[in-house]
Ligand binder design. Structure first.
Ligand code: 5GP
Ligand code: MN
Length: 323
């Protein structure tokens, strides 16, 4: 898919809304804010807004974070709607704004979003992050430290600080260009990625204690239900990173972490190390994502969910062994 020129695509627009997926992660927040700061600078008279669910407070270090509109109060239709890091069905409340917009742009790196859902699409599954793609579509003459920082945060989060297999030489070259802008990158990495509150660590500890290995130790699963979240007065954003900790246990190929989002309803996170395509597993259950990191929402008890998922994982493992 050919690259686009974001500024050109927005030419003449009076109203622009930028949005990303429900339960926004670092890449979603970083790419939305980078696009916002960039367009605001290049098109100062346009009315530009970021509409996403309230992100974790650690992203408060990004400029204009406080201007994010989580009430989705937009006078539709807008001239341009930019959907980042997802396809339209994961926009949540912003999907309505997308449907009514005069022009739609979709920039994403999810393999499950094959063709893109906008009038204009830039979907590159091999890219580390949507933030990396935002950097691609920007006219670099507008770049500054604040934009660079937002892009960098997005890349750091989706690559697990440049260590997942989605990190490419290009990703690192872009990161090198970004840190030239002089922001305090070690603090950003610590404060937005590694640092955990006491409560977050306690829930992590509990999830690890209660985890179960299966399929000869090649898979591991753990979960947190609503009563545990209530007990710690925690929210789902406090669970970020648990699945990654499960994945790096020796011998594990596939890690599954789930938390309760409703009665008999779980949000499932999947990670793999070398050969299981978890995007396929998640897509089978109506979700999506990447080859090594994906997710879906499933109904049933914890045991129903794990039975269904493990069936799909086992199928791939058998195919892998017989290959
Ligand atoms: P996480 O497990 O961190 O929530 O998500 C891992 C990856 O899968 C992210 O790139 C995320 O955007 C994607 N993902 C998670 N849940 C879903 C889902 O329900 N549908 C789709 N299409 N992608 C998902
Ligand atoms: Mn992403």
């Amino acid at each position: 898919m050919e690259s686009i020129n974001l500024l050109k695509e927005c030419e003449g627009a009076q109203s622009i809304v930028i949005s990303g997926h429900v339960r926004p992660d670092g890449d979603c927040v970083g790419s939305c804010m980078a696009a916002y700061l960039y367009l605001k600078k290049a098109m100062p008279s346009a009315d530009i807004k970021v509409c996403i669910e309230k992100p974790a407070s650690v992203f408060g270090c990004i400029k204009d974070f406080e201007l994010i509109d989580s009430s989705f109060s937009v006078e539709a239709p807008v001239d341009v709607m930019i959907a980042l890091d997802c396809e339209k069905s994961r926009l949540g409340e912003a999907e309505e704004i997308f449907k009514l917009a005069k022009k739609t742009i979709n920039i994403d790196h999810h393999i499950s979003n094959e063709h893109g859902c906008g009038d204009i699409n830039y979907v590159i599954p091999s890219a580390s992050s949507t933030s990396e793609l935002i950097y691609d579509v920007m006219d670099k003459s507008y770049m500054d430290m604040d934009i660079a920082k937002a892009v960098y945060i997005g890349i750091v989060h989706d690559t697990g600080v440049f260590k997942y297999s989605n990190t490419s030489p290009k990703t690192l070259r872009i990161a090198a260009e970004l840190i030239e802008y002089g922001f305090d990158f070690p603090s950003i990495i610590d404060e937005t990625f590694y640092e955990k509150t006491f409560v977050q660590n306690q829930i992590l500890g509990r999830a690890l204690l209660e985890s179960i290995m299966f399929m000869d130790g090649k898979c591991i699963v753990s979960y947190v239900n609503q009563s545990t979240l209530d007990f710690y007065n925690a929210t789902p954003t406090d669970l970020e990173g648990i699945v990654n900790q499960l994945r790096i246990i020796k011998g594990v190929e596939c890690a599954i972490f789930m938390y309760q989002v409703g009665n008999l309803e779980y949000k499932v996170s999947l990670r793999s190390c070398k050969y299981v395509d978890v995007s396929k597993v998640a897509s089978y259950f109506g979700g999506g994502g990447h080859v090594r990191a994906a997710g879906c929402t499933m109904n049933g008890t914890f045991h129903d969910v794990i039975n269904n998922i493990s069936g799909q994982i086992e199928k791939q493992m058998k195919e892998y062994v017989t290959e």
